[in-house]
Write a protein that binds this ligand. Structure first.
Ligand code: FAD
Length: 546
């Protein structure tokens, strides 16, 4: 086991140091500087520095640009809010919405993050900041388990807001054997191996945590399935800085091509990275623990934490769909097919998804409600989430169908600059009312979005980031209140046939609004009742990750 001679002091020292330098909303440069620490990041078998490695250059620059928007004259007021009695402003991502105006301001900020990253960066800091808002909202329930857990949640929110932290989250267990559980083999889940008055030591792994190399902190909690552990040592909610001793971050293969940003305009900027986290006996100070041992509180808290971030995910989906639609329409124009009936039908189908996403956002805004913690939260995202997981792939497929061979047959930047080739490219690789340079760039964009390994990753993300689609559909079905229509149908089929002549029409009051049985933030009991749908026997499936 790692030697923790005085671990509390060392970690706590780091945290306090940061507190001393509270600055509110980050600038791009402050963000980049803050990544220059001792975090242990591995890429392709090499230990790397996030601030220096070429594969990370594109996202580094893009994140810095996005953070800087918070300080621009045009967007400062929309993205940040002044803190009374402080010299700085904090991001709206961390505000705790009490009324309609505050919630609207929060959403406007989320739109700015997502719009400015083309819907390509699911884990802009705004996303996880909203989970931390949820953690704050759940503090009373955590305090029932241990008053310090509740206080820690509130302090952690304040700390993250003051420092405008970028956070990743680690929810899922490593994919070793889904037919078994940690009670049978301890390596299957992260666990507490030691507890002292100062804190706990954790061992194990999490699969996976997006943005890890670029985050300041990891928030560890559990989806409802994973929360229902048979043994208490596997139930833990906590937060750690990414440079915590013993925490190893192993990134997947880099998808960015910074050396070839012409050919990969999105991949070179928006590869946000996904990583395995290995906790090789990592000390967690007591002030960073939000929950221990209590499965029920962990289980019921999941959606309370995620209520706002799932909505942010829908905002991201909407902007991703808009980007896909615009590229598809321009690709069609550029090769002269956009007036064909079948092509227009496909563009119309794509537009349907954009519209459904936009209207879902409006619906969730309309169904906002007060949480038990006193905040104002958006309506349930469960229906729109299953929609996005299903139709995200279809949207990419349409763009692939429209681009056809042009998606891969485009000149490179070097080809375009080659004098021997240039006249041929201008003659045979131009498009309809578009020169070869812009057409090539446009199709490269389409390739990145839907065919490149980056585009495939985005599709995987859309499909899986909210957990198992079948499971979420089952949860949605089970929560949907069919009682009124069910009763009317029962009445109807109970009438003896044949129907008596002149029978009066039923005039039952028809309920159209809020068909989900439970409010957005209180569906855990409904989920609990359906924890083991007959998907396959004795396997703990995944629940709605994010
Ligand atoms: C790009 C990307 C980014 C992600 N980012 C994060 C992140 O930042 N943080 C985080 O915590 N997680 C993240 N995830 C993980 C995500 O939550 C999981 O992928 C999701 O919950 C599914 O779990 P799994 O991948 O382990 O698949 P598994 O659970 O191993 O499932 C594999 C297959 O088995 C099926 N299966 C599993 N259990 C059952 C069952 N009981 N009955 C029937 N079939 C079953 C599944 O449907 C699936 O087809 C990310 C995933 C992706 C792809």
């Amino acid at each position: 086991m790692r030697n923790h001679s005085n671990p509390f002091t060392s970690l706590d020292y780091q945290l306090e140091m940061r507190l001393d330098h509270a600055h509110g909303a980050l600038t791009g440069q402050a963000y980049l500087d803050s990544l220059d620490d001792n975090r242990e990041v591995w890429l392709d078998g090499q230990r790397v520095r996030v601030t220096e490695h070429q594969a990370y250059a594109g996202l580094r620059n893009e994140m810095a640009r996005l953070y800087d928007l918070q300080h621009s004259d045009a967007l400062r007021e929309q993205m940040t809010v002044a803190v009374p009695d402080a010299s700085y402003r904090i991001s709206h991502s961390y505000t705790l919405p009490q009324d309609d105006a505050q919630l609207d301001a929060k959403w406007a900020n989320s739109h700015l993050w997502m719009q400015n990253s083309w819907g390509q960066l699911p884990r802009v800091p705004d996303f996880m900041a909203n989970v931390v808002v949820g953690l704050h909202d759940y503090q009373a329930e955590l305090a029932k388990v241990d008053p310090q857990f509740g206080a820690n949640a509130a302090h952690y929110h304040a700390y993250c807001a003051r420092h405008d932290l970028s956070i990743t989250h680690a929810i899922g267990d490593p994919q070793i054997d889904r037919s078994s559980g940690p009670a049978e083999s301890a390596d299957l889940a992260l666990r507490v191996i030691k507890e002292t008055p100062e804190g706990v030591v954790i061992r194990g792994a999490k699969q996976l945590a997006t943005m890890s190399p670029f985050a300041h902190e990891v928030l560890i909690y559990m989806s409802p399935t994973f929360a229902m552990r048979e043994r208490p040592e596997f139930v833990i909610w906590c937060a750690l800085p990414m440079q915590a001793p013993g925490l190893r971050i192993m990134c997947r293969e880099a998808l960015a091509r910074p050396e070839n940003s012409f050919s990969h305009p999105f991949a070179s900027r928006y590869d946000e990275q996904d990583a395995m986290l290995f906790f090789d006996d990592v000390f967690v100070p007591r002030n960073r623990i939000f929950l221990l041992r209590d499965s029920k509180t962990a289980f019921e808290g999941f959606r309370r934490l995620n209520a706002w971030s799932l909505y942010v995910g829908q905002i991201r989906f909407y902007h991703r769909m808009r980007t896909t639609l615009a590229v598809a329409a321009m690709v069609s124009d550029s090769i002269g097919v956009s007036s064909f009936r079948e092509v227009q039908g496909k563009l119309g189908e794509l537009t349907t998804y954009v519209e459904m996403a936009r209207l879902a956002l409006l619906g969730m805004q309309q169904e906002r409600s007060r949480t038990a913690g006193g905040l104002l939260a958006p309506g349930s995202t469960l229906g729109p989430d299953t929609f996005a997981a299903q139709f995200g792939t279809r949207a990419s497929e349409i763009l692939r169908e429209l681009g056809a061979s042009g998606l891969l047959m485009q000149p490179s930047e070097a080809d375009l600059a080659t004098p021997e080739l240039r006249p041929l490219l201008e003659r045979y690789m131009r498009g309809k009312d578009i020169d070869v340079d812009r057409k090539s760039r446009l199709f490269r964009m389409a390739w990145d979005l839907t065919c490149d390994s980056y585009g495939m990753r985005q599709e995987l993300y859309e499909r899986w980031n909210r957990g198992d689609l079948a499971r979420n559909r089952i949860a949605l079905f089970n929560q949907f209140d069919r009682s009124e229509i069910g009763q009317r149908i029962l009445d109807e089929i109970s009438v003896p046939a044949p129907l008596p002549a002149g029978r009066e029409l039923h005039a039952a009051p028809i309920q159209l609004d809020r068909p989900l049985r439970a409010a957005a933030n209180d569906i855990a009991p409904a989920l609990a009742a359906h924890m083991n749908p007959p998907l396959s026997p004795a396997i703990e499936g995944n629940q709605h990750e994010q």
